[in-house]
Design a protein around this ligand. Structure first.
Ligand code: BEZ
Ligand code: FE
Length: 278
């Protein structure tokens, strides 16, 4: 058949997949075609609207470079990234839950021993409210407030850092325009990122969110999980501050990561009690 109608076109496109070699690829493309056609029918897409969509996706691509991944951001704010996390991480009870990696992970961060000070050399300083700009957006500050922390012989870790602050995902590109058109804000609740791994266990990509943050219920990328909200407790004791070499008062976050064994099943407590301090 050469000529198609809105009722026969979808099947015609699907039929052309008959020579595709990879079955998984075939399944994915077939489903994408069905959903795209279904979407166009559902909203009775006009040609102008179709072209707006093309222009938008073109702008998203043009905004990407080696530091800025606008397509991942698009996936994040549409909830697709968290859908993929949910589908792929059926966390066993007790294991630390996974959430989005985000576009700002930097490979090769320096390694620190137990008790290290992440704030050394940081271009931000002072009280908790200082960390207001996400540092990767500053090209001069690649590893600022980042590091690889090794556990000690007991599986414990500790480091000094600043309490995270809420911030906005980059909204100066087409994804920002989309957020505004949807009547949404770009804010993410305050959080720390962590990738935790140990031999024989499943690596987890996760966050620790800050209890009480005003954006916990409206994270722009839908990444909040109740089990990932931590209490940054104020410690007034000058003696404790002195022992840790910190100013008093300071904040303490005690946060255990639980990794699921490779395969599935029970979890082992591999990492315990951080002292994240400001
Ligand atoms: C982040 O927290 O690093 C992040 C996650 C998703 C989109 C933008 C930023
Ligand atoms: Fe972040």
């Amino acid at each position: 058949m050469r000529q198609f109608t809105e009722d026969t076109l979808t099947d015609a496109v699907l039929a052309r997949l008959k020579d595709a070699k990879n079955p998984r690829f075939k399944q994915i493309i077939a489903s994408a075609v069905k959903h795209l056609h279904g979407f166009a029918r559902d909203v009775q897409l006009t040609e102008e609207e179709w072209f707006e969509g093309i222009k938008f996706l073109t702008a998203v691509g043009q905004k990407c470079d080696d530091k800025r991944q606008e397509f991942i951001l698009l996936s994040d704010i549409l909830g697709l990234s968290m859908m993929v996390v949910a589908l792929n991480h059926k966390t066993p009870p007790g294991a630390t839950e996974a959430t989005v990696l985000g576009p700002f992970f930097v490979h090769g961060a320096p390694e620190f021993e137990y008790g290290a000070d992440f704030t050394k050399g940081a271009s931000v300083e002072g009280e908790t409210t200082w960390v207001t700009v996400y540092d990767i957006q500053d090209p001069e500050a690649e590893f600022e407030l980042r590091g690889r922390v090794l556990t000690n012989a007991e599986g414990r870790y500790a480091f000094k850092t600043y309490k995270p602050q809420f911030y906005g995902v980059p909204d100066d590109g087409p994804v920002g325009d989309l957020l505004r058109a949807m009547g949404r804000h770009p804010m993410r609740p305050a959080h720390m990122h962590a990738i935790v791994s140990a031999d024989g266990y499943q690596q987890v990509i996760t966050h620790v969110f800050v209890a009480g943050d005003p954006y916990l219920d409206s994270d722009a990328v839908f990444a909040v999980k109740e089990s990932l909200i931590g209490d940054f407790r104020k410690v007034d004791s000058p003696a404790e501050a002195k022992t840790l070499g910190l100013p008093a008062p300071f904040l303490r976050l005690e946060w255990d990561f639980h990794l699921a064994p490779a395969g599935t099943g029970q979890t082992r407590r591999t990492v315990a009690a951080s002292d994240a301090v400001t």
